[in-house]
Design a protein around this ligand. Structure first.
Ligand SMILES: Cc1cc2nc3c(=O)[nH]c(=O)nc-3n(C[C@H](O)[C@H](O)[C@H](O)COP(=O)(O)O)c2cc1C
Length: 149
């Protein structure tokens, strides 16, 4: 199984979560910045996890641009999941849900509910339990992948 955790980040918090998830998913998984990554680079990848900071209730522009480049059916046969990092606020928005819908529209099978991980301020750091929650979320994805292999 080849998996990619594609992410964008301004201050490093989303990269940290992406690396935790990639580490939990195990060998064959890379955490890759979205900058310079194009849909054609998905050739040979079975599992795609996408993560973004929430910026203005949505994912970042590079993540949105990547998703806009996915044509319907281009992710047929791909298993996928999405996460975001966010501040604790009742109006934080839901980038992970929007990413997840875009992946599904492109044909991917979503293997885990979209997940948000908290930062304690715009620049971070991550909330104390964010790494543990990311590990648990990735472990769930791993178990789903094994169950449906
Ligand atoms: C311009 C800007 C807009 C933001 N908008 C939101 C928002 O709408 N909802 C939210 O929960 N967090 C918002 N945040 C906080 C980011 O989600 C936080 O900076 C991010 O999780 C940090 O991740 P990073 O270190 O990977 O960039 C915003 C931050 C910035 C700088």
């Amino acid at each position: 199984m080849r998996a990619t955790v594609l992410y964008d980040t301004h201050y490093g918090n989303t990269r940290t979560i992406a690396e935790v998830i990639a580490g939990e998913l195990g060998s064959g998984t890379t955490a890759t910045p979205v900058t310079g990554f194009f849909p054609g680079a998905l050739e040979g990848i079975d599992v795609l996890v996408i993560g973004s900071p929430i910026v203005g209730w949505n994912s970042t522009e590079p993540i949105q641009a990547f998703l806009a480049g996915l044509t319907p059916g281009s992710l047929d046969g791909m298993r996928a999941a999405a996460f975001d990092t966010r501040v604790k606020h009742f109006l934080h928005g839901d980038a992970a849900g929007k990413i997840s819908h875009a992946l599904q529209r492109a044909g991917a099978t979503i293997v885990a509910h979209p997940q948000g991980f908290l930062v304690t301020g715009s620049r971070g750091p991550l909330a104390a339990d964010a790494r543990r929650k990311a590990t648990a979320w990735a472990a769930f994805i791993g178990s789903e992948l094994r169950a449906t292999a």
